[in-house]
Design a protein around this ligand. Structure first.
Ligand code: MG
Ligand code: MG
Length: 252
């Protein structure tokens, strides 16, 4: 069931989203060669809790951490570990925070030191695909318009679209209806209405879009080992467009 959020609920979602945004900003300077993803997760969890929020992902269907840490060919749901980041890696941190029962959800891919041209390419164009999808968000448009725009952008840039995972509604549950796939037909799917809150999150690959699931039953990685990018914002549909609830994250 797709719910329409009241202005009061949107305000709570805005606070949760802002904490997610601030956690990204807080962690960004720590994303450097030599740090472990476990340490980054610890810092992020502490920061979220210091803001009075709870961790949306920790314990969610058994997920063990507050932040998903996915490196290079890992697409999403990487477990924080003792793995040390190396110069040239890319790291996706997917962060969730909950304020008074309402969630914010935003993933972003970061460069570790000097990265390859391929890594720059997947980062640049997955981020752009997110904004191309966002341009479709306004009352009267349909979910399929977002999906189609992202898929077309990925095709134009020779990137693979991971189809096993998609965006979603956000509210009192971190994953609500509707699903927001990163591929599909324009003009299809649920109509967007003012007060709907959705997370849009293209997950694109440099090579084949085929993925496999790790034995931990969570981590999704490209089968051919190619790099993956993942950029996500939680947004509310407004009278004539959208408002990003998880802030404007700048790379670099
Ligand atoms: Mg999400
Ligand atoms: Mg996320």
């Amino acid at each position: 069931m797709i719910t329409i959020k009241s202005p009061r609920e949107v305000e709570l979602l805005r606070i949760a989203g802002n904490v997610v945004y601030k956690t990204h900003q807080y962690l960004k300077p720590f994303v450097k060669e030599g740090i472990t993803t476990e340490e980054l997760n610890r810092l992020g969890e502490e920061y979220i809790l210091s803001q009075g929020c709870t961790l949306s992902f920790k314990g969610y269907e058994g997920f063990p951490a507050g932040i998903c840490m996915s490196v290079n060919s890992e697409v999403v749901h990487g477990f924080p570990s003792k793995r040390k980041l190396k110069n040239g890696d890319i790291l996706t941190m997917d962060i969730g925070a909950c304020w008074k029962g309402y969630h914010g959800d935003s993933g972003w891919t970061y460069a570790v030191g000097d990265i390859s041209d391929d890594a720059k390419y997947i980062m640049e164009h997955t981020e752009k695909a997110l904004y191309v999808g966002l341009e479709q968000v306004k009352p009267g448009n349909r979910i399929g318009d977002i999906s189609h725009a992202i898929e077309e952008y990925a095709k134009e840039h020779n990137l693979g679209v991971v189809k096993e995972l998609c965006g979603h509604g956000v509210g009192t549950d971190v994953h609500e209806d509707p699903e927001v796939p990163n591929y599909g037909e324009a003009g299809t799917g649920p109509k967007l209405r003012e007060g709907m809150v959705i997370a849009i999150e293209p997950m694109l690959t440099m090579g084949s879009p085929k993925v496999f699931l790790h034995e931990n039953n969570w981590t999704v990685e490209t089968r051919d080992g190619s790099l993956a990018g993942h950029y996500e914002h939680t947004v509310v549909v407004t009278k004539d467009g959208y408002e990003i609830l998880t802030g404007e994250i700048k790379n670099g």
